[in-house]
Design a binder for this molecule. Structure first.
Ligand SMILES: *Cc1c(COP(=O)(O)O)cnc(C)c1O
Length: 403
């Protein structure tokens, strides 16, 4: 008997769960796009986006997903033939690098595998070797959503500085903004990209690029940019249409205005980071307990290298895929597929899954997902050490006690 009726729970790493308040804010007629309320909302949203990034820099908003924000960032910073150093810690870093190369950037990759963060010492070494300072920017993924590794952004900036290298630091925070701690100004980040549908809790459709004065100066010499992707009119608009290179994404703006209010005015970033840390610790506790028997393991062994928004794990012998199907069919819970851990289409690809705990997620949602996972393991006779739920409950109790 399926027990999937009731509100479904999408625990994939984007789109994340959207607050009903955000959806309700979008449920209204379009406003005048030339003046009035829309101007106020656009200005407020831009100011609040800077606050979420802990940044006094500039922000450009695009009608695009994360791939669009990636392309926007590359096209504003580089000219054809310019060099970039890409730090690859999983599939997303890989694609950003590949897209930059396709656009004509000469990308040098530093690969760190799929189980570890970028090593600042290797970055420093690579930059020291670039004696003529040809590398224009370092590309880093804060949280790689495929491997669920978190990179130490401040340590990478320190490595760039230690090498005495002038490269810009460009960071993909699509899976971390509004989940894991991120401080654009304090950490010396020049360009940061994000999108609406993850920690910001809004439907997919908006991409964002923040950029420092140093990046702005670099963009004045770069020539890859095309009119739609140019960040200057968007960040310094004289007319409201310039924010968006045309018609405003009216309903997404209503939704984002509401979610930014929830993030900044109601919960607050510090609390949001702590909530995600506690929910993540519950997911890790469950997996660590289950994994004392059978073939179950978190992808990232060192807890300090694990993201707080998503967890990648292995359940061998094809059981990750069996469990995912069971959860969706029998329990109304959808988990993420494994990405970039094995060749798609091979039997090994069925050994990986991801649990998202990103954005509008609380204790009962996370415990509910974990408890139905344990039920599924029992039903499917997947070898595991029982007690994952008790361990997760303990992590929640401990985290709640600290709040
Ligand atoms: C989701 C994601 C992307 C891609 O975003 P899309 O909106 O799917 O284009 C890029 N980088 C990271 C780290 C992501 O999590």
């Amino acid at each position: 008997m399926s027990l999937a009726q009731g509100r479904p729970y999408l625990a994939i790493p984007g789109p994340s769960t959207m607050p009903d308040r955000v959806l309700a804010a979008m449920h209204r007629p379009a406003p005048n796009i030339y003046e009035g309320e829309i101007e106020e909302i656009a200005a407020r949203v831009a100011a609040n986006l800077r606050r979420v990034a802990m940044s006094s820099s500039h922000v450009a908003i695009y009608i695009a997903n994360g791939h669009g924000a990636w392309e926007a960032s590359i096209s504003n910073v580089f000219s054809r033939g310019d060099k970039a150093l890409s730090l690859v810690t999983g599939r997303f870093g890989n694609i950003w690098a590949r897209n930059a190369a396709t656009m004509g950037v000469d990308v040098q990759r530093l690969e760190f595998g799929i189980k570890a963060p970028a090593d600042p010492a290797k970055v420093e070494e690579a930059l020291r070797a670039d004696k003529d300072h040809e590398i224009k920017a370092v590309l880093l993924t804060h949280v790689d959503t495929a491997t669920s590794v978190v990179n130490d952004v401040a340590a990478i900036r320190a490595a760039i500085d230690a090498a005495g290298h002038p490269a810009l630091l460009m960071v993909d925070c699509i899976a971390s903004l509004g989940c894991d701690e991120f401080r654009m100004d304090d950490w010396g980040v020049d360009v940061m990209v994000a999108a609406s549908q993850k920690g910001l809790m809004v439907p997919p459709g908006l991409g964002f690029v923040w950029f420092s004065d140093k990046a702005l100066a670099a963009s004045r010499e770069a020539d890859l940019v095309t009119p739609y992707w140019d960040w200057q009119p968007r960040a310094f608009p004289e007319m409201v249409y310039q924010y968006f290179g045309g018609t405003s994404p009216t309903h997404h703006l209503f939704g984002l205005d509401e979610s930014l209010k929830m993030i900044l005015e109601e919960e607050g970033l510090t609390h949001i980071w702590a909530r995600h840390a506690t929910l993540a610790s519950a997911v890790w506790a469950a997996f660590e307990t289950w994994g004392q028997e059978g073939d179950i393991a978190l992808n990232i062994a060192n807890p300090t290298h694990r993201a707080h928004s998503v967890t990648a794990a292995r359940i061998g012998a094809g059981n990750a895929q069996r469990l995912r199907s069971w959860l969706e069919r029998e329990a109304g819970v959808t988990l993420g597929i494994g990405l970039g851990m094995a060749e798609p289409g091979t039997p090994e690809a069925n050994d990986f899954l991801r649990v998202a705990h990103m954005g509008h997620v609380n204790a009962h949602m996370t415990l509910g997902a974990l408890a139905t996972m344990e039920a599924g393991m029992q039903a499917l006779k997947i070898p595991h050490n029982p007690g994952g739920i008790a361990a997760a409950a303990g992590a929640i109790a401990k985290g709640a006690g600290q709040a």
